[in-house]
Write a new protein. Sequence first.
Length: 591
Amino acid sequence: MIDSGNPRSSTAKMISLADFGDAEGLQANAGAAMRLALEAAGSHDGPVVLDIPLGTYHFYPEHAVRAAYHITNTASEEENPDVTKTVALLLKGLRRLTLEGNGSLFVIHGKQTMLLLDGCTDIEIRNLRFDYVVPTVTEMTVERRGDHELDVCVHRDSHYELEDGRLTWVGEGWRFREGPVQHCDLVQNATWRVEDWPSRAERIEEIGSRRLRFHFGEEAAPHVLPGMTVQMRDGIRDQVGVLILECERIRLIGMGLHFMHGLGIVGQFSADLTFADLNVTPRPETGRTVAGFADFIHCSGCRGRVSITDSQFAGAHDDAINVHGTYLRIVGQPAPDQVRVRFMHPQTYGFRAFFSEDEIAFVNAHSLASYAFGRIAAMEMLDPRELLLTLEQPAPASIGEHDVIENVTWTPEVVIARNHFARIPTRGILVSSPRRTVIEGNRFERMNMSAVLVAGDANSWYESGAVTDVRIAGNQFIDCGGEEHPVIRIAPENEPSVPDVPDLPVHRNIRIEDNRFRMAHAVLLSARSTEGLAFCRNEILLAGKAGSKDGLYSGGLFHGLYPDGLFKLERCSGAEMADNSVGFMVAPTDE
């Protein structure tokens, strides 16, 4: 294991990128030199320190590695038939390596997976920043809104072509016309999804340098105020920002990830992942509002400990953090000790989801309850969608028509602490691991949907599974959620109404303690099919009343009574609510 406190210890082999070219040439095009430097690092058993002299280095697709990788939650066969990834930095099979960036900036050209670790052990990457020259999410700022027209100024890093009144966004090796759209209000530090109104404009004209006018004919102009930013992308996750695949003990420390195309940092069937002091926000000098094309951190089928601490997350196009496993549906039983299973969600398939000696659970697709357990003797991939599992013992005789299997070996302990989340259009944190989960000391600022979601389903996303020990403590929730999105949502997609399906709890032992909620027009907590839910010692400040001397409170303690609609509990048992305070605000909900 590398001594992360002293990466330049006297026992480490020192390699410098400067040994592989002159400074000017390296910074202009560093791809080939970085490949040689990584090969040199891999020739040593370690510990090795690969040192990057402070500078700005450019990486082009023609010098990248191309390799096929199936990655969870990315794209279906129809959306992206070619799973080849264009990889700027590939670390394959490396051990005991520290990559020291010294604050350097790696600038990515074209669509690339910026960093990929495959089968690596004991790797620390630190003090290194990544960004795109031309982000694949375009931006334009509204200057004027008329009754039937809208004037915008296109960001200098977003490029377009205008032909016959139609707008096409163009970049380095890519182009698109239609796709998901978001509005961003920097004053409120909030982002939310909207309809694709740029594509339905009747006509678009250029009215100045990088200035466009959208005409909507008889239709009203979209409701977007001057000063707001409009973000747009094509929606196909053909690359990722960082992939950590089948690795152990990986640490990303003090890194800047200022734009990531496709899904962000993906941990897939890896153990003991540490993310600390990350800056996942746009670089201020760029004037951009977007740092991510989709999720920021997405961990699927990991184990050991996933730790995400002391980091900044702002400007995503999907969830900030998602930690889950994958249910595979049982579609056949060729022998008593064999089951054939299938990846069901279109965007998740093709990777090894089981290994010899893994423990598995047989799960009822309707109740989401585990009814039997087993151990894998062998696994064979029949095709990218289907796997054949040979078990050490016969499978249970009571397998239902749509039942699923969960790999319970590859489930992590999770710690998400002291992070700041802002400008997230969807959820702040999704987590569904049966092992201990701690969400503590974070600040959630205006998540457009739920700040924390505990789900689990075997019929839609097939993201497993049931939680048994979750503590959400000491966090600040500022104006999160809305009328349809509770601030904290515990929502397993079980179906107890199906005949002969037992009404059993799915999630257990979720404690929400010592948090501060500042909110308006939202359900604070909704939960269903949960046993042992505790909501204690929380401070709740609600907008809409006046009368206090200090401008913050007028209601004080409700002594166990709560305003109607604040909580929605369904089929929950053993719930405890105690020592919470509820007050009203007359001041804005910012602190």
